[in-house]
Design a protein around this ligand. Sequence first.
Ligand code: SAM
Length: 246
Amino acid sequence: MQFESDCALKPTMFYPRMLPPPLLSGTLYLVATPIGNLEDITLRAIRTLRECNLIAAEDTRRTKQLLKAHNISNKIVSCHQFNEAKRSQKILDLLENKQTIALVSDAGTPGISDPGERIISIVIKAGYRVESVPGACALTTALPASGLPTKEIHFVGFPPHKSGGRKKLMDSLTSVPGTICFYESPHRICKLLGELQSQWPESEVVLARELTKKFEQFLRGSPRELSEYYEERKPRGEFVVLVHRP
Ligand code: SAM
């Protein structure tokens, strides 16, 4: 069994007039960044990005834009699915040398449906400290505004690309209770609506599109109604798909 040290007490919460504490050495900070609106970032996230020894970013160009918007200059390295083995080792070496590292994904919370998930697991297994700096996440942004029940949810993330895998997934979800939440690309949104139509034609579906951005939109209806909507339009942007079955 592994126990985490308790020294991550957040004094800012208890002593609001004191300066926030320095980052803890040898820690990987999971820093949530905006999913569209650049204002959706916490004070702690900004300070962590400013004060850490290194930022490991899924897309350095995107993170540089964010840093520029908040007047932060710091060292960045790329850390994505194609170099994660090499990068994980570098991150472990730096943590061993008591460095502080901020892990950021393209958008939202690192580790939720992105390559951060594997890096975080490697760091925890190697025995180093990991701390979340919470903030925006597409799932938690979409869910409350969907109006669907939030008491029990089942987050799927991205369904597989291949039809066989998708069918297997849909069948396995039949016995799962609660609101089902998917991430899906605009290229496959119509395919997913077709699958929902065959599996649960009576379900209520919410497409949460372009959250926090200029063209944010919530489309609500049955799978058939939403499929019809997209017969006349090309799906664009980023989607969270939420499904409530009767
Ligand atoms: N780590 C991210 C998070 O915290 O939500 C998710 C990363 S995943 C690679 C990207 C997917 O999240 C998109 O394909 C889409 O399904 C969803 N997503 C991200 N930003 C979104 C937005 N602004 N509006 C709707 N969905 C979004």
